[in-house]
Design a protein around this ligand. Structure first.
Ligand code: SME
Length: 138
């Protein structure tokens, strides 16, 4: 019988490809809405393990994107008040929401150990990645 790769395996592969090929992508992972709860749950990721497997809506960069439905580019994490630190090596972060049928169902989260590395090209590229992820989940 035909073996189909699971959704989580496919998402993990995307994390691996991004982390391996873009030198300033240091931690790459997905967070998804945890059922009907007002919180995010960590999905597949590549990089250092994090304690933040559940993030309430509104909390940190990720939690803010869960409610704003907009990209959040952070050139310098030390300048953010509402920020959840996962590793002291992280200098910058980008979070881009994933929309399925117009609904914000999760996000891709990328941490960088390089200061201020993200450009609009990253935003456009990650929007494309998130659209592909929505197709995988559909
Ligand atoms: N820094 C994120 C938390 C997730 S870790 O980066 C993996 C935030 O402030 O939401």
């Amino acid at each position: 019988t035909q073996h189909s790769t699971s959704v989580d395996e496919r998402l993990y592969k995307i994390c691996e490809l991004l982390e391996a090929n873009i030198e300033y992508y240091s931690w790459v992972g997905f967070y998804f809405r945890n059922g009907e709860k007002e919180e995010l749950k960590l999905g597949p990721y590549v990089g250092e393990p994090t304690d933040h497997t559940i993030i309430p809506f509104g909390k940190g960069i990720c939690g803010q994107v869960a409610v704003s439905n907009a990209n959040f580019v952070v050139p310098d994490v030390t300048a953010q008040d509402n920020y959840i630190a996962c590793s002291i090596t992280v200098k910058a972060e980008i979070v881009v929401p994933i929309f399925l049928n117009g609904e914000n169902i999760g996000q891709i989260d990328i941490d960088s150990n390089t200061p201020d590395p993200f450009t609009e090209a990253d935003e456009r590229f990650l929007e494309f990645v998130c659209a592909e992820v929505a197709n995988i989940l559909d």
